[in-house]
Design a protein around this ligand. Structure first.
Ligand code: 9MR
Length: 345
């Protein structure tokens, strides 16, 4: 949908009537999207909102494309879970961010428990990537090629990949992904990259150089943005950190798994307003950086958030509550997008 000054004048771009993806596009971004997962796509009330491409123009499979599901046994590939989400996105005309190829977690034990030589593990990574990326060729806007390779202090996380190959596994993975689908944009994706510190500096000083040294390309840095109400950096700091990845050689950046959780529940009305302001700062930072292409929330409703199971007592992190009702944070996000869309007209 294209937006015109007349539509603005008629109030069609106000925060309460227009929808998040349409507003993001009108504001010059590529998408506003959501993760989803196989267990919940049979929930018809949930689907009615997820399937609305004006609200969510982009989808990420929360689990189905991970190694544990795609190559549970060496050389035996299974795409059932990932394909279900890819088909949903295609049917809805939503962009697909594909997630994820090389990660220490949700890795089958045949990979993590092996005693591999460098040559063997290189071949295992290359075979996995050529098959999985090859299967989804043409369907993925981007791939999170390497996920969470860093510790908080910026050193390389201990994993079977780093143990056997040091930092070279990163370049090996990007090289293989680029060969398997030259049109998909290749991302390094991690959490706590939203502010400048040891971890963000390691992306600039270790990850990006390792990829370039392997003769491969990195297209994007994905800042997962699993944030906490009360501890979200300012819009200016968020934007400056996004820009630092562009200055270091990435072509684009995105918030790839955004949620902003409460550390104690239930949230107060004031807390919900603070959460809304924090969401507006994150979305605002993306608006402030031309190369920030979009924002993905890590599912759209508290009903299906990963947080309570991992951080018991925390939650209420998303834009819709457990009853699929819009929260104040939804209004904050739509308002800031609408304001930017109006300026862009
Ligand atoms: O949302 C995913 C959840 O269903 C899984 O149980 C979990 C397993 O680690 O992974 C979640 O997604 C993660 C994503 O793939 C990478 N960044 C952190 C996300 C939240 O844990």
């Amino acid at each position: 949908m294209r937006f015109s000054k007349a539509m603005v004048g008629a109030g069609l771009l106000t925060g309460t009537s227009a929808q998040l993806h349409s507003l993001a596009v009108a504001a010059g971004k590529l998408y506003f999207g959501s993760a989803t997962d196989n267990g919940e796509i049979t929930d018809t009330a949930y689907r009615a909102i997820l399937d609305n491409a004006d609200e969510f123009g982009q989808i990420t499979p929360g689990n189905g494309q991970k190694w544990q599901f795609t190559e549970p046994t060496q050389g035996q590939f299974s795409y059932t879970s990932g394909d279900a989400i890819a088909a949903l996105a295609k049917e809805n005309n939503q962009l697909l961010r594909c997630h994820t190829l090389v990660w220490h977690s949700q890795l089958p034990s045949w990979v993590s428990g092996g005693s591999w030589t460098e040559a063997e593990l290189t071949s295992i990574i290359e075979t996995h990537i050529s098959n999985v990326v090859g299967h989804y060729k043409g369907a993925c806007y981007s791939w999170d090629v390497v996920n969470e390779a860093l510790n908080e202090d910026g050193t390389l996380r201990d994993s079977i990949f780093s143990k056997v190959l040091g930092s070279s596994f990163i370049g090996i993975a990007f090289h293989a992904a680029g060969q398997a689908d030259p049109d998909a944009l290749l991302y390094y994706n991690d959490y706590n990259l939203e502010w400048t510190g040891s971890k963000s500096k390691a992306v600039i000083n270790t990850v990006i150089p390792a990829i370039k040294a392997a003769g491969a390309e990195i297209d994007g840095v994905g800042c997962q943005a699993h944030l906490i109400v009360g501890s979200v950096p300012s819009r200016a700091d968020l934007a400056a950190t996004l820009k630092s990845y562009i200055d270091a050689g990435a072509r684009e950046v995105a918030y790839t798994e955004l949620d902003i959780r409460f550390s104690s529940l239930p949230p107060t009305d004031d807390g919900l307003k603070t959460q809304g302001d924090a969401y507006a700062d994150v979305v605002g930072a993306c608006l402030d950086v031309e190369e920030c292409v979009g924002i993905t929330i890590w599912d759209y409703t508290d009903k299906y958030s990963w947080i309570p199971s991992v951080f018991p007592g925390s939650g209420a992190a998303l834009l819709y509550d457990e009853n699929l009702e819009k929260k104040p944070a939804w209004t904050s996000v739509s308002s800031i997008l609408a304001a930017a869309a109006t300026q862009a007209c």
